[in-house]
Design a protein around this ligand. Sequence first.
Ligand code: PSU
Ligand code: MN
Length: 303
Amino acid sequence: MPPPLKVSPLVQEALDAEQAVVALESTLITHGLPYPLNVETALAMEAALREAGAIPATMAVLQGEIAVGLSPEQIEALAQSPPGSVRKCSRRDLPIAIALKQDGATTVAGTMIIAEMVGIKVFATGGIGGVHRGQPFDVSADLLEFGRSPVAVVSSGAKSILDLPLTLEVLETQGAPVLGYRTDNLPAFYSAHTDLPVDQRVESAAEAAAIIRAAEALGARHGLLIAVPVPPEKELSAAVAEAAIAAATQEAEAAGIGGKDITPFVLGRVADLTGGASREANIALLINNARVAGEIAAALSRG
Ligand code: PSU
Ligand code: MN
């Protein structure tokens, strides 16, 4: 029995015609950004990838049914949902949300699972989960999904509060190549530079598409990370980002916040501590990543 699944007609037609489609997650809408910035950013991401020649497929679980290709009204409703009313859905959460007919927002892992299920090869997001500093066994399910779902994830790396060297080690173990989009190093979300080399720099969407195609030809069961630095005009200095993240993480610990609530809490506090600058960086990188993902999906569909 397949899971309850509704793909929008526009997305289904594009998939049937092998046109460019890009998956988008919904946790950033319900847990990542405040209203109305969340809905504005989600719609701006859709517009950016449309402009690049792709069809957006924003995903969520709506009353227990997986929805692929949300309408603007559905995105608005998710964006306005009261805090705590939408389940954050990583791999472990999807069966619960479906069986209990709940509303759920998909994380990177949750979105990769559904993208593979419906045949979407490219996915745009902001940051991926990683390995926590000082807690080498706290590994985000996002990273393990890179070993399971053959989807190319366009993101600005992971936040520097994570242990980025260990995060790269887990991606290596999972067999997922890390490509730097016009960069030699892994970006650290709010800031562009780290001293961690990527596996391969690519200069264009066509070069990224060629590597995705080669993975497909190999029958790969793993994903790829395509790391795109935050646009320079909105970048935070590594020192500012680091200080805010460190303070926010300490506050989370003091307040006893843990598990899946940490990332949303830290995102919110970092925005307060940086006077909103981190939020501007977050929004700019999300829209830019959507555009790059649209270009890669378009290059892939040209074959
Ligand atoms: N990082 C961000 N913004 C986000 C997320 C991560 O800068 O909104 C979300 C993504 O959906 C990601 C999830 O998949 O948080 C990771 O959660 P956790 O750290 O609980 O694995
Ligand atoms: Mn965790």
